[in-house]
Ligand binder design. Sequence first.
Ligand code: TYD
Ligand code: MG
Length: 453
Amino acid sequence: MARDGALYACQSCGTTHAKWAGQCAACGSWNSLVEEIVSRPPGALAPGRGAKTRGLAFEGLEAHAPSPPRIATGLEEFDRVCGGGVVPGSAILLAGDPGVGKSTLLLQVCAQAARRGAACAYISGEEAVEQIRARARRLGLADAPVKLAAETALRDVVDALRREAFDLVVVDSIQTLWSDAHEAGPGSVTQVRACAGELVRLAKRKGVAIIMVGHVTKDGQIAGPRVVEHMVDAVLAFEGERGYPFRILRGAKNRFGATDEIGVFEMGDAGLAEVRNPSALFLNEGGERAAGAAVFAGIEGSRPVLVEFQALVAPSVYGTPRRAVVGWDSGRLAMVMAVLEARCGLGFATRDVYLNVAGGLRISEPAADLAAAAALASSALDVALPQDCVVFGEISLSGDIRPVSRMEARLKESAKLGFSRALAPAPADGGSAVAVTAVARLADAVAKIGDGA
Ligand code: TYD
Ligand code: MG
């Protein structure tokens, strides 16, 4: 029998099991169960025994006092993703790969907010105070009235936050924080859950906004912090491809705003610079667009963004042809290829297929289907698309092209950037600066591409 209080927590998904097993029954990861001694939080109900209650007071939907205004950090790209500034008393998780720029972003957020009069603290468990100072100097933020601390003990962090009245606190990172009420090591699911839980409660009670940094693992999962996702009010993902300077801040969950909003930054010598108008950022500047390239007129959050899809279809030298995709869903690529094979007579069985979204952007809109298909067809047929042509549209399994949202905005932005044609589903109302070659079926689109029109 398991020892009293001993549980086995999966380090990948956070599920706890009474017995050890080689594989987590909940998420299927192997060798992820670790024994953890779980102590009951003080005040928690013991099973089968009643406890003293404080009584529950109900309230109306309408507030008697106006809620405090949001904290505008002055970093507009950040504020927009938060839904118009940070909500006082909210808990936010900023998740991203190590090295993507989370600490840099949050130091800038803290400093800007502090300059605008918010009481801000930056608590790091990863870097020494002198290191953070050096970074602030390099970013030209050394004069901002931010209170710094290097600390990993949750007890000390909580004590300090109880004593002092802050508006905004950054905790970098949740994996380095450690609570002495639990035996598990820092970064383990038990510790991460306990520390985050404590910070979320503190945020609500004190009305201080707390932003926690969480590192993600290679497979895109937030290790440990996954269990934090449902505790916090907002989860922001900070993304970027290695080798590109662009960084995308994406709202993955937000109780106080839309989740499809993105913020675009460029990492340079002076930290992260905001990119206010990213629509032309992901286009290859200058030069002819070769066969295999298609410009997708996309929408990211509330803004139109044009981005180049690049495909290479080449004879395979191996028995099993290769499929590689960067910046798009590989399942979606398989679907588009299957439709191209079944409905348009293009064969990929003996060919390698590579698909790349330029600039390190990740596209998840279904409207990108036709752009990917156009890039693939253009490469397979070795015919370049017209230079002034954008592409968008969703593809169904039957090979139909479905209309997509916000066609007007896509066409308008395309016209602004000098495009005059679009290969797309028929627009609802004809009038637009861009001539739309309306296609109802993928086979028609492929025929048009083959004809070079
Ligand atoms: P960092 O914020 O430390 O990443 P994280 O906290 O997500 O691990 O940023 C790390 C990278 O950013 C590092 O490789 C160097 C780069 N960087 C710049 O290019 N310019 C800058 O001004 C700063 C501060 C960092
Ligand atoms: Mg960091």
